[in-house]
Design a protein around this ligand. Structure first.
Ligand SMILES: Nc1ncnc2c1ncn2[C@@H]1O[C@H](COP(=O)(O)OP(=O)(O)OP(=O)(O)O)[C@@H](O)[C@H]1O
Length: 210
């Protein structure tokens, strides 16, 4: 609510108020530089707004301590980066497991196995990112983002590297996985296919500067 985020002295972004019920699916659209990624980072508690607040259920992300925000991110948020951010030296399984270990989640191996199986990657779990196709790497990134059962799934440009068929499949995967988890899904996208398929849209085209 009343969310304003500042990057240094030059850039201030003021977002429209947004109130989503649990399980909502929202596309965030707008030209390059309008503040889409900044919004995702703020929702994830990675950036602190100058004013306004982010809440997830009863939890006030903005008012929480740094440690509280850390815990919130590890427990409640799944983030799929545009370039996936997989560790090149680790297998698919180890990549998914690492996040769970860092978060102190019980049974990280079993949960990582289950997430990869859910995304049809069980047979590729011992491969490293460079041995996987782009679509498979993306599925590993999604598996890592959802393995701990987050309430909020944030995804940056999920179809940027995919052809049309694969883009459709990636979108179905994200929507299906979020529905299964009951998670709220927020997707930043330039892609009309993605924007048109999600039931809600926040269009930042009009600009949020100032
Ligand atoms: N760390 C930073 N320091 C200073 N300015 C920044 C920083 N990060 C982003 N900005 C500026 O904030 C504005 C919004 O950036 P943001 O990355 O959120 O836009 P975007 O809509 O996601 O863009 P794109 O579609 O190109 O990824 C841009 O003008 C950008 O230059």
């Amino acid at each position: 609510m009343g969310l304003r985020v500042q990057h240094g002295r030059e850039v201030t972004l003021s977002y429209p108020d947004l109130d989503l019920p649990p399980g909502a699916q929202l596309a965030v659209t707008g030209p390059s530089g309008t503040g889409k990624t900044t919004l995702l980072h703020t929702l994830a508690g990675l950036l602190t707004p100058q004013s306004g607040e982010v809440r997830l259920g009863d939890f006030n992300v903005t008012a929480a301590s740094a440690a509280g925000r850390d815990l919130f991110r590890r427990r409640s948020v799944g983030y799929v980066f545009q370039d996936f951010h997989l560790m090149p030296g680790l297998s698919a399984l180890e990549n998914v497991e690492l996040g769970l270990r860092v978060a102190g989640t019980a049974n990280p191996r079993a949960l990582a196995e289950r997430a990869l199986a859910r995304l049809d990657l069980a047979h590729r779990r011992h491969h490293r990112p460079a041995q996987l196709s782009t679509g498979e790497r993306q599925r590993v990134a999604v598996a890592r983002a959802v393995a701990h059962g987050p309430a909020l799934l944030l995804v940056d440009e999920p179809t940027a590297h995919l052809d049309r068929d694969r883009a459709g499949a990636a979108l179905e995967l994200l929507q299906g996985t979020a529905s299964e988890l009951g998670a709220t899904l927020i997707v930043v996208t330039h892609d009309p296919l993605v924007a048109g398929a999600l039931p809600q849209r926040l269009d930042l085209s009009a600009g949020v500067r100032g």
